[in-house]
Ligand binder design. Structure first.
Ligand code: NDP
Length: 388
């Protein structure tokens, strides 16, 4: 489990802990949450616990001394954990930091349950080529992609007309632009349906998350960019739909709880129990759908353009967005300026010729690093005023 102390990590370990006779935990990793990692590693009898921040190695070693659990640290520790013999690697690190370890698991031919979006957003072609070359089974964990994966399983690819990803519209779905300009991190973190990590919660509020999901879907499924749509569905009961050329539309429904798509990926092609709320359609009564408002939520359009532009545009979009979200959470940037910073970074990167194709992971990581520098420069130079 890469990213054991996060939101996806917690949901995964919750499922694993309910069936200890079925699952054996090999490795658990975190960035710097020593106490949480040590607690998970002890509870789940992991073979090894890895802390990415090497300065925390001694603290983790001390905390786990006498437990028999191996301790490792740093980037090499993460790669070694990802390469250990295991039936499945859950990729739940957030951000571009997940690229290296997830790619290491793919290259070993491990079955990978993929929550980390950045592998596909930033390095889509390279990642999918590595998956094909290694013959790895890739199981999407993001709820929309898990939904498509489940609905597609029985169909021929060229029968697909469209794939529609749904989104709740986030906590600000009905807010006017002037109110959005004053939105605070605390308000943005209050997602109506899902409980998630901080970064993805902000992305859900800007709709960048839906944009990143379009790019993920483009790489995962056999469709062109113009066959992918987004529909706002505030109840978040339907997670995605696939429209076929005979007029049929198939959907996957579930109460919004990440343990369902995680259970799908852990048990596939079988099914396992998940202690989630069961769907009662009569209780729900009504489901609503609307088009996303791309005037108020410009991040979605930016992501779509980056997907169509291809090359390093999605990697630059993602890196600039990570910088912007961090600045928003630190109250150094207003909510609407998140998309503004991403757009300016993309323009600068295009002007500097940074959006061409990368041939390997190092090229992607270099584009990611350049984009972060550009975004930080824009942030510093323009002194975009915080609005709260
Ligand atoms: P969280 O922020 O809750 O957790 C992130 C995990 O990754 C933590 O274990 C964290 O360790 C670790 N981590 C963070 N940065 C690094 C780093 N630089 N090096 C090594 N480890 C690191 O994220 P989520 O669980 O919300 O999301 C994980 C991924 O899954 C993201 O890519 C997200 O987009 C995707 N996803 C999440 C969903 C959700 O419902 N949460 C839904 C669908 C996809 P530490 O605790 O020490 O910081």
């Amino acid at each position: 489990m890469l990213g054991a102390t996060g939101s996806v990590g917690g949901s995964t370990l919750d499922l694993v802990g309910r069936t200890p006779h079925v699952f054996k935990v090999v490795a658990l990793t975190a960035q710097r949450s020593v106490e949480a990692l040590a607690e998970c590693a002890s509870r789940h009898h992991a073979e090894v616990a890895v802390i990415a921040d090497a300065s925390q190695y001694n603290a983790l070693k001390e905390r786990l001394s006498g437990s028999g659990i191996e301790v490792a640290a740093g980037a090499s520790g993460l790669i070694e954990a990802a390469e250990r013999p295991a039936d499945c690697v859950m990729a739940g690190i957030s951000g571009a930091a997940g690229l290296g370890p997830t790619m290491a698991a793919v290259r070993q031919g491990r079955r990978v349950a993929l929550a980390n979006k950045e592998c596909l957003v930033s390095a889509g072609e390279i990642f999918m080529e590595a998956v094909r070359r290694a013959g790895t089974e890739l199981l999407p964990v993001d709820s929309e992609h898990s939904a498509v994966f489940q609905v597609l399983a029985t169909a021929e690819p060229d029968a697909i007309e469209r794939i529609i990803l749904t989104g709740s519209g986030g906590p600000f779905r009905t807010w006017a632009t002037d109110r959005l300009a004053r939105a605070t991190p605390e308000e943005a973190l209050r997602h109506p349906n899902w409980s998630m990590g901080r970064k993805i919660s902000i992305d859900s509020a800007t709709l960048m998350n839906k944009g990143l999901e379009l790019i993920e879907a483009y790489h995962l499924f056999p469709v062109e960019a113009d066959q992918l749509d987004v529909v706002v569905h505030p109840q978040q009961i339907i997670h995605a739909l696939v429209a076929y050329r005979d007029g049929s539309m198939l959907a996957q429904l579930a109460c919004p709880d990440m343990r369902t798509p995680i259970a799908v990926s852990l048990a596939w092609p079988m099914r396992m129990d998940a202690p989630t709320k069961r769907l009662d359609l009569v209780d729900i009564g009504q489901m609503n759908f609307e088009r996303p408002n791309e005037q108020r939520f410009q991040a979605l359009g930016l992501a779509r353009q980056a997907m169509q532009r291809g090359g390093m545009a999605p990697a630059v979009l993602n890196a600039a967005n990570e910088v912007a979200v961090e600045a928003f959470l630190g109250k150094r940037l207003g909510f609407l300026q998140i998309a503004q910073l991403v757009a300016e970074t993309l323009e600068l990167a295009e002007a500097k010729g940074l959006l061409g194709e990368a041939t390997d992971l190092d090229g992607v990581l270099a584009a990611d690093a350049s984009a972060r520098r550009l975004a930080l420069n824009v942030l510093r130079k323009e002194r975009l005023p915080p609005v709260h």
